[in-house]
Design a binder for this molecule. Structure first.
Ligand code: ASP
Length: 930
């Protein structure tokens, strides 16, 4: 038994020793290739990555049966201590290393690079390097795994261009930051709007600076800093409301670009409440399977060894991953070259420098053979720069970075998110947001709502109008909520070159006090440079607002209007003059003296019919175109009569023509027909709203008419410019057709519909549109445009226009008025021709009086002749006159006065006979005249 035990223990010992020797032997058989690694104390993660990567390469080598393994020599140095770094590099070369990895700081890297260059030892770099030296001094032994600085800078510049940032603020930490951003600065031309550049102080209080930026209204910020400082800066920015907070609202429009390729490793969860957009680039995709597998393997290895590995695939720094790629790529190169040549490094002393032959082969292999690494395809140009690489564009959303696209050195940007996806993310962010809509009071766009009895109006209920309905329609389509706020100064938005600030609605947007501005805000080039506009929701042009000619009530004696009073007086004078002239000439003309009894040959006397009465009667008969039974015979009298007829022909024709016009059309005098008429006169003053788009139209116009009008307006005192459209309208109404106001056609349409006294003169001077304004690059613009388009296609915009311009604005009452007034064929009312009836009535009344007088005179004569009382004579004459069946009347013997026959016996025969003789005589006389 004892023997068995001894034998067993002897066997075990033999086996143990055999194994021990085997291991030692095998280890001794392995070809160890040393590589140096120089790290800074604060690069511990990279150092661990280096160790892990070498271990992994060696594992693979052993697995493949290779006898070549890599042995790391690791040293640490202060990042600023270049002397020590050089010393360490010399120690390493004298120990014999196939390559030196690191160090990371720019200060220490240079000396190590020079030593490697001199001894032809590959120098593997995994850190950001400022611009490489000139081509003739490029190190040939350097292989740089970190993306080329210039290309990185171009990617940042391309992102800024892609975001269409016109103005932005650059925040940087150290001078290298300015180098990283140089391509952005290069793209900024001298004519571009100014950009601001500020230096931040790491680990210090930067709030005053950040507050200043916040007050300036900046929303585009490029932050260049170490990844470890990002959270501190953003926290401070959040505190001063430079991260996702407007002063009044909380619009998500501040956008940050973080330049660090490690930005995605920073935990920004505590800033979740902020709705700012944070975008950055990353070179590794933590969700990639291979990447996850390697990093997890590494972490588990570290944990097995009891190290505190508090990082995971989302936290690992780019430099560490690049180190893993570098070691792997180096391992592949070494093993490949070992097959054909001896790659054992030589000991080279810095005091007696020589070079190692294998170094160049390794470098050439690394540069010549692309490698699929964890940071994408690893590929170098002949100078060892990694100038072909791919970056992910990532955006922070609820503490997690989402890939929104990619950028590569050849193709630039390619976005992976669909528009719908972008919309979903955006609207999710905005779910609890209340948009601030800035506006101003001005009918019909916005006015105060009248509260019903006992009703207390609050919030949006305080207002109503087109703008309110429009944004309500958009909000319904987009499922967002909004709150109306009035702009304090009640202005549209004009730039003040003295204060260099915008006022009104545009100012509100720029100061981040509002998300949208809605009213009759005209889209102009100048405003478009400061804020963004949606597509126009209404089109319009500038026109003239004026008052209609006042309709005087028709004059009773309007038939007198065709001639002025002067003409009437001249006519009356002419009538008198001509009649008297005719009388004088007739008395002088022998031909006008006629035989009173044409039957007798030698009359004892001649008679002249042209007494004054007949002269007036002839003139009157001609002027009334009634003619006359008496006509002149002498040349002179005929001449007067002829001229008078000619005069009356012209006067009556003119009167008739003018009378028709006067009676049918009221005096609609339109002193101006358009802007051209205004400029030609100076009686009617004209003006615009001060500082609005209409004012700027005239101010900036190159057309001579409009620029002349602007000079006139500017020089007119008191000023013709007004603060609001309401004041302009008031001035037009009070101006008694001596003030015209240039206003936009939509408003003119509204006010002429509301106040029938107002009218639009002429056409439109230009064409433009109203749009909804919002801060530049607002992500909402696209969606609001979509909503406006939808409303337009569904006829909602038309409906709204009709509602506020017609239905709630008198229902087109003024239009109806206009139609009636313009109709030239309208009937004439009694008001127009009443005067003629009055004249007729008056004439008839005078005739009646005369008739009565004549009657009474006849009664008196009859009473005297017949020697009867007046009463009796009156009674007899009246009864006779009333007996309408009697058509014959006897005459008195002496005077020829008529009287009623007292009896039917023929007692009055002599009178009757005489009457007949008289009648015959006068008939014969008339016959002679003709
Ligand atoms: N709607 C104009 C503006 O936006 C006002 C005007 O000038 O008539 O300025």
């Amino acid at each position: 038994m004892k023997f068995i035990k001894v034998m067993l223990s002897a066997r075990l010992c033999t086996a143990f020793f055999a194994c021990f020797f085997l291991l030692v032997f095998e280890a001794e058989c392995e070809n160890k290739i040393q590589v140096g690694g120089i790290f800074h104390p604060d690069n511990y993660e990279t150092e661990l990555a280096f160790r892990y990567a070498i271990k992994r390469v060696n594992q693979y080598s052993r697995h493949d049966g290779s006898k070549t393994i890599i042995e790391p020599i690791i040293r640490r140095v202060d990042p600023k201590d270049s002397f020590k770094a050089g010393k360490i590099a010399c120690e390493m070369t004298s120990e014999g290393v196939a390559a030196i990895f690191g160090p990371q700081s720019v200060e220490t890297k240079g000396i190590v690079e020079s030593i490697c260059e001199a001894m032809e030892i590959p120098h593997i770099q995994n850190t950001w390097i400022p611009n490489p030296p000139p081509v003739d001094r490029l190190p040939k032994m350097a292989v740089k795994f970190y993306p080329n600085q210039q290309n990185l800078s171009s990617a940042l510049a391309a992102l800024v261009t892609d975001y269409d940032w016109k103005t932005y603020t650059v925040l940087y930490e150290d001078d290298y930051g300015l180098v990283r951003l140089q391509e952005i600065f290069k793209k900024h031309g001298p004519k571009d709007p100014p950009i601001s550049v500020y230096q931040l102080e790491p680990k210090k209080d930067n709030r005053p600076l950040l507050k200043k930026i916040q007050l300036s209204g900046e929303i585009h910020i490029i932050l260049d800093c170490e990844a470890e400082n990002i959270l501190d800066y953003l926290r401070q920015a959040h505190e001063v409301k430079l991260l996702g907070n407007y002063q009044m609202g909380n619009a998500p429009f501040q956008t940050y670009i973080l330049t660090s390729l490690d930005a995605h490793t920073v935990d920004l969860e505590e800033l979740n409440s902020s709705e700012s957009n944070i975008t950055s680039f990353r070179m590794v995709d933590p969700n990639r399977y291979e990447f996850k597998a390697v990093i997890n393997d590494w972490i588990q290895g570290e944990q097995r060894q009891g190290r505190n590995a508090d990082y995971n695939e989302t936290k690992v720094q780019l430099e560490s991953v690049l180190m893993v790629d570098a070691v792997n790529h180096f391992g592949i190169a070494l093993h490949a070259l070992m097959k054909t040549e001896d790659m054992t490094p030589q000991s080279i002393s810095c005091s007696d420098p020589s070079f190692w032959g294998g170094g160049l082969s390794l470098v050439n292999f690394l540069k010549g053979k692309p490698y699929p690494g964890l940071t994408g395809r690893v590929e170098f140009n002949e100078t060892g720069e990694r100038n072909r690489f791919n970056l992910d564009v990532v955006e922070l959303h609820k503490g997690i970075y989402y890939k929104i696209g990619s950028w590569d050195t050849h193709n630039g940007f390619a976005y992976t998110r669909s528009r719908e996806h972008l919309k979903t993310i955006l609207f999710e962010k905005l779910r609890n947001k209340t948009f601030i809509v800035s506006s101003k009071i001005g009918e019909p766009f916005l006015k105060y709502r009248e509260a019903a009895d006992g009703e207390v109006l609050e919030g949006n209920d305080r207002y109503e109008g087109y703008s309110m309905d429009l944004i309500a329609g958009i909000a319904e389509l987009l499922n967002i909520s909004f709150r109306f706020e009035l702009t304090p100064d009640g202005k549209y938005g004009a730039y003040n070159p003295d204060t260099k600030r915008w006022d009104g609605l545009v100012g509100q947007l720029l100061e981040r006090k509002a998300d949208f501005a809605i009213c009759d805000l005209t889209i102009t080039y100048e405003r478009k440079r400061a804020v963004d506009f949606t597509m126009p929701f209404m089109t319009l042009g500038i026109s003239i607002l004026f008052t209609k000619a006042t309709k005087e009530p028709p004059d009773l004696f309007s038939f007198l209007q065709p001639f002025s009073l002067d003409v009437w007086i001249y006519m009356a004078t002419a009538y008198l003059g001509v009649s008297i002239l005719l009388f004088i000439l007739a008395r002088m003309a022998p031909k006008e003296w006629q035989n009173p009894q044409p039957g007798t040959k030698d009359p004892s006397e001649l008679e002249n019919i042209w007494n004054l009465k007949n002269c007036f009667w002839l003139s009157l008969g001609s002027i009334m175109t009634a003619g006359c039974d008496l006509l002149p015979k002498a040349t002179s009298t005929r001449m007067v009569a002829g001229m008078w007829w000619f005069f009356t022909l012209i006067m009556i024709s003119s009167y008739t023509a003018n009378l028709a016009a006067f009676l049918t059309n009221e005096q609609m005098d339109k002193p101006i027909k358009g802007a051209e008429d205004l400029v030609k006169q100076n009686r009617i003053k004209y003006g615009t709203l001060q500082g609005g788009s209409t004012y700027n139209f005239f101010k900036n116009s190159n057309l001579s008419t409009y620029s002349r009008m602007f000079s006139v307006m500017e020089s007119t005192r008191p000023s013709v410019f007004v603060d609001s459209n309401t004041k302009g309208i008031e001035r037009v109404l009070k101006g008694k057709r001596l003030y015209a106001y240039f206003m936009e056609s939509t408003s003119i349409e509204f006010y002429t519909g509301k106040t029938c006294e107002l009218t639009k003169i002429g056409g439109e001077l230009d064409t433009k549109g109203y749009g909804i304004a919002m801060p530049v690059n607002s992500p909402m613009r696209t969606y609001i445009n979509d909503a406006i388009l939808k409303m337009q296609e569904r006829g909602k915009l038309m409906e709204l226009k009709k509602k506020w311009w017609v239905d709630l604005n008198g229902g087109g009452e003024c239009d109806e008025d206009d139609k009636g007034g313009d109709d030239g064929a309208a009937e004439l009312g009694i008001d127009n021709v009443g005067g003629v009836f009055v004249v007729l009535g008056f004439g008839c009344f005078i005739a009646l009086i005369l008739g009565v007088c004549e009657f009474l005179w006849n009664v008196r004569q009859v009473a005297v002749e017949d020697k009867i009382s007046m009463g009796e004579a009156f009674k007899t004459e009246l009864l006779f006159a009333a007996n309408v069946w009697k058509t014959e009347k006897p005459i008195t013997k002496n005077s020829g006065s008529t009287r009623s026959s007292r009896s039917p016996s023929g007692e009055r025969a002599p009178s009757q006979a005489r009457s007949m003789i008289n009648a015959a005589t006068s008939f014969m006389r008339l016959d002679k005249i003709f």
